[in-house]
Design a protein around this ligand. Structure first.
Ligand SMILES: [Zn+2]
Length: 174
């Protein structure tokens, strides 16, 4: 009985993890270090506009679209908390609002940089789960760049690494 349950365990395979490493490497080469650093700078710049009187946690985000556009967002809080806009989703909305769906189609995100005050004890890698779902609506996969408030890049991963089994229009046939 226990063996039957063990046979049902789902975790990414070594090959799937290596495929993500290759995807990230390829995307870094395609997008280029100059553009990636520019995204980190834009995220750090817009972070300063965050409205965070309750959490005191400023976040900036900058996404790169297939058509080459850069769109930014920052967190903006409300006293009732649950209406808070996150930086990542607000950058997605900015891109949609500008007509990016018409220019690039639904999956327009190629890279997204997030800037926060860096803390080496922070093992979490943004975006949060809610924002990952919004990003998955507009990217089958994309690279995610963790930067600090000075735009120094600390870590680079991919949407599929952080969100391997999430809902997406591809994986969810409804
Ligand atoms: Zn979020």
């Amino acid at each position: 009985m226990m063996r039957e349950l063990i046979a049902k365990i789902v975790v990414p395979s070594f090959e799937e993890i290596e495929a993500q490493r290759q995807f990230i490497t390829d995307q870094i080469e395609v997008i280029g270090s100059e553009r990636i650093n520019q995204l980190a700078k834009e995220a750090a710049r817009v972070r300063l506009n965050a409205y965070e009187p309750y959490s005191h946690y400023k976040v900036g985000a900058a996404l790169l679209t297939r058509s080459g556009g850069i769109f930014t967002g920052c967190n903006s809080e409300a006293i009732s908390w649950t209406q808070t806009d996150h930086a990542e989703t607000s950058s997605v909305t900015a891109a949609v609002k500008s007509g990016e769906i018409k220019r690039s189609g639904r999956t327009f995100i190629t890279a997204l940089a997030i800037a926060v005050e860096y803390n080496e004890n922070n093992k979490a890698m943004g975006p949060c789960g809610n924002c990952l779902q919004r990003i998955a609506e507009h990217a089958d996969n994309c690279i995610l760049i963790d930067a600090d408030d000075k735009a120094k890049i600390h870590r680079i991963t991919s949407l599929r690494t952080l969100f391997p089994y999430g809902f997406s229009p591809e994986t969810t046939k409804i």
